[in-house]
Design a protein around this ligand. Structure first.
Ligand SMILES: C[S@@+](CC[C@H](N)C(=O)[O-])C[C@H]1O[C@@H](n2cnc3c(N)ncnc32)[C@H](O)[C@@H]1O
Length: 250
């Protein structure tokens, strides 16, 4: 595929117009299926099919890779600054791409409900393919969730209390849409926690964080892996509702 080198701060949004500053650092590869055992951490490797024809989430991005690795490495019991993800609850992933993070949660966590992996409609076939490849149909539910649009009745009924997002900060015009969806999800379930992992590529990415800090209670999750994340300019935050105190999720 053509690899353009536009460095415009607001590139044209097209799955095939990925500038080098927006693309994953690895070589852009042809469609392929890879076994990921996270350096031997997983006894049963996750099979991830990647295909950029589906969209720019068709190949796992750096924050998705790191976040997934961290989840596996910690045995899904991360503890830092009050952060504890054990997978219990209703998990929903935003901008899931091929679904790497959600698949990791489903295969490594003791989940009680299927994980919703969501993205735009063009990514649905790839998410479905990866769920089928890993025989995780009973544990992972792919669905369409367009940022900025009202939440669908499936999400409203599911009422997620753990929201995962990896590398969803990369396209400035989508920032308000993403913020609106994050707000809607926290309004739907005021006790929910959003785990937000992103790679800083441009100054605008920190503008997104500033807006999130205004809208939500934000905590940077710092632990022994901080150095590894820092080397790649990857940040991990939790976002919570500012009005969650005293409110019930029921
Ligand atoms: C950079 S990719 C990250 C994919 C995956 N989370 C990872 O870390 O590998 C961002 C994802 O956000 C999705 N996305 C972009 N704009 C969106 C929107 N308006 N609504 C829903 N998803 C969107 C893209 O389709 C893409 O899969």
């Amino acid at each position: 595929m053509e690899s353009k080198t536009s460095r415009s701060p607001s590139p044209e949004f097209s799955p095939l117009a990925i500038g080098t500053d927006l693309a994953p650092p690895r070589e852009l590869k042809s469609a392929a299926t890879t076994d990921l055992d996270f350096s031997g951490l997983l006894a049963d490797a996750i099979q991830l099919h990647e295909d950029l024809k589906s969209g720019n989430g068709g190949q796992a991005w750096p924050a998705g890779n790191q976040w997934s690795f961290k989840l596996q490495a910690s045995g899904f019991r991360l503890q830092a600054s009050g952060f504890q993800h054990e997978g219990r609850g209703e998990n929903l992933e935003l901008g899931a791409g091929g679904g790497l993070v959600g698949l990791g949660v489903a295969s490594g966590c003791d989940i009680t409900q299927p994980v919703y992996v969501t993205d735009q409609v063009n990514m649905l076939p790839l998410m479905e393919k990866n769920v089928a490849l890993n025989k995780l149909g009973s544990k992972v539910q792919p669905a369409v969730l367009n940022w900025g649009e009202p939440l669908g009745s499936d999400v409203i009924n599911f009422k997620p209390d753990v929201i995962l997002a990896a590398d969803c900060v990369y396209f400035e015009p989508a920032f308000p849409l993403l913020l609106a969806t994050l707000s809607d999800l926290l309004a739907l379930c005021p006790s929910a926690t959003i785990y937000f992992c992103f790679k800083k590529r441009r100054r605008a990415d920190m503008q997104f964080l500033k807006k999130a800090q205004k809208a939500f209670q934000t905590v940077e999750l710092v632990d022994q892996d901080r150095e590894v994340f820092s080397r790649e300019n990857i940040f991990l935050y939790s976002f919570r509702s500012k009005t969650r105190e005293g409110k019930s999720a029921s």
